[in-house]
Design a protein around this ligand. Structure first.
Ligand SMILES: Nc1ncnc2c1ncn2[C@@H]1O[C@H](COP(=O)(O)OP(=O)(O)O)[C@@H](O)[C@H]1O
Ligand SMILES: [Mg+2]
Length: 206
């Protein structure tokens, strides 16, 4: 999915926290967004995800305004992932369940992702009892399982160990390559931006 942004502004009270005159996110590529704390990275992702409608300006998705169809094709992974108090398996299969995919077909999709992310051994565990790195992996698996066309990631590897970071990065790259999903990743880490991004955009304060 291609995204074009023009004259995007977001205010809290009379304080402008985000201003983007023009930005194009290329279809099928990984775009990394970096910038200092508080410059509006999370705000931007939430707006693109359709979770924050209190903005002015124009955002188009493949040339169209946000609609039901667009929402169904995209997903966001929050910096602090929100997992249901259910098993890891149930968390990952959830997007398939709400899309009406039957049980027999759901399982292999879940297992395949779990293998890639090295969390097969966690499938029966309650998701709210996992470590930070494990939770991020489950959140990513849940995001990828329905093969989104737009994947929004908000600092998906902050505060997790290097092994888990490697695994997450590898699977993000693999998914992008295999499905040509458009990926927008917010990261503090310039090295990570370089490792993953086909393009790096630096946001600054407004
Ligand atoms: N709900 C809110 N109310 C008031 N100000 C907010 C709110 N959410 C974010 N902000 C402010 O907007 C700015 C951008 O925040 P954010 O997008 O979270 O930055 P980043 O993700 O780049 O660290 C910050 O100055 C933050 O304090
Ligand atoms: Mg943020």
């Amino acid at each position: 999915m291609e995204i074009t942004i023009e004259n995007l502004e977001r205010y809290y009270g009379d304080r402008r926290v985000l201003y983007i005159e023009k930005m194009e996110i290329e279809k099928g590529k990984i775009t990394a967004i970096t910038g200092p704390n508080g410059c509006g990275k999370t705000t931007l992702l939430n707006i693109i995800a359709g979770l924050d409608r209190e903005f002015s300006g124009v955002i188009k998705y493949d040339g169209k305004y946000l609609n039901r169809e667009t929402v169904d094709k995209m997903t966001i992974v929050f910096q602090k992932p929100y997992l249901f108090r259910r098993t890891v398996f149930e968390n990952i299969e959830y997007p398939l369940r709400i899309r009406g995919i039957n049980k027999v077909n759901r399982k292999p999709l879940v297992v395949d992702l779990a293998k890639g992310l090295e969390i097969e051994n966690l499938m029966g565990k309650k998701a709210h009892l996992l470590s930070g790195g494990e939770s991020q992996k489950v959140a990513l698996a849940r995001a990828l399982v329905f093969k989104p066309e737009l994947l929004l990631l908000d600092e998906p590897t902050s505060n997790i160990d290097p092994d888990a970071i490697n695994t997450l990065e590898r699977e993000i790259l693999k998914f992008n390559k295999e499905t040509e999903c458009t990926v927008l990743i917010v990261t503090h880490n310039m090295e990570q931006a370089k490792r993953l991004g086909n393009r790096i955009i630096e946001l600054s304060y407004n």
